[in-house]
Design a protein around this ligand. Structure first.
Ligand code: GLN
Length: 191
């Protein structure tokens, strides 16, 4: 399958590498027209305010609002996917969750944790960098993982959002899960 990584800001190369390690083809997406070439899209981490501004500037907000393409958001990408952001307005509103930014406290800017992720594995290394957490889950969103009592991974149909950065380790199982479980099943269902 061909999976795009939104390449306006953030950790793009690392995601492309995980897509390739999963045995699929990756494509850096810079223009909305390229969305037609891919089966699923990854929204990388970075800085969500900047990411949103650039997505609007290049028309990705509208293009993705009209699309039902599977999307995997990591960290800032999760914030962009959420219906509600504490203290701000939601953006793509694809995931029925409320996220709180930078919510693991200033004193722990970043940390790593071994995660049990439903459907993936019980030993996934999670790298958290000024990470958001999922404060509330509603509708059909399903919790896949919690750390320190905070929700850090959710899935709703063809949308997957995680607070951490799977692409910063060599463990590509979360990306493989997105492609092989979510994108593949979405294709079968819509074929
Ligand atoms: N703190 C960033 C934000 O709120 C997200 C950080 C990240 O993507 N690593 O946008």
């Amino acid at each position: 399958m061909k999976i795009g990584v939104l390449a306006l800001q953030g950790a793009v190369r690392e995601h492309l590498r995980h897509i390739e390690l999963s045995g699929h083809e990756g494509l850096a997406i810079k223009r909305v027209e390229q969305l037609e070439e891919i089966d699923g899209l990854i929204l990388p981490g970075g800085e969500s305010t900047t990411l949103r501004r650039l997505m609007t500037l290049y028309g990705f907000d509208q293009a993705l609002a009209e699309s039902n393409m599977p999307i995997f958001g990591t960290c800032a990408g999760l914030i962009v996917l959420a219906k509600d952001i504490v203290g701000e307005e939601g953006y793509l509103s694809k995931l029925d969750v409320s996220v709180e930014r930078n919510s693991f406290g200033r004193q722990v800017d970043s940390f790593e944790s071994e995660l049990t992720i439903k459907g993936v594995a019980d030993d996934v290394e999670g790298v958290f960098i000024r990470a958001p957490h999922i404060a509330d889950v509603y509708g059909d969103a399903e919790v896949l993982c919690e750390v320190e009592g905070k929700i850090v991974a959710v899935q709703q149909d063809q949308y997957l959002g995680v607070s951490f950065h799977p692409e910063l380790t060599d463990d590509y199982r979360v990306t493989a899960y997105f492609i092989e479980e979510i994108v593949a099943k979405h294709q079968q269902a819509t074929a």
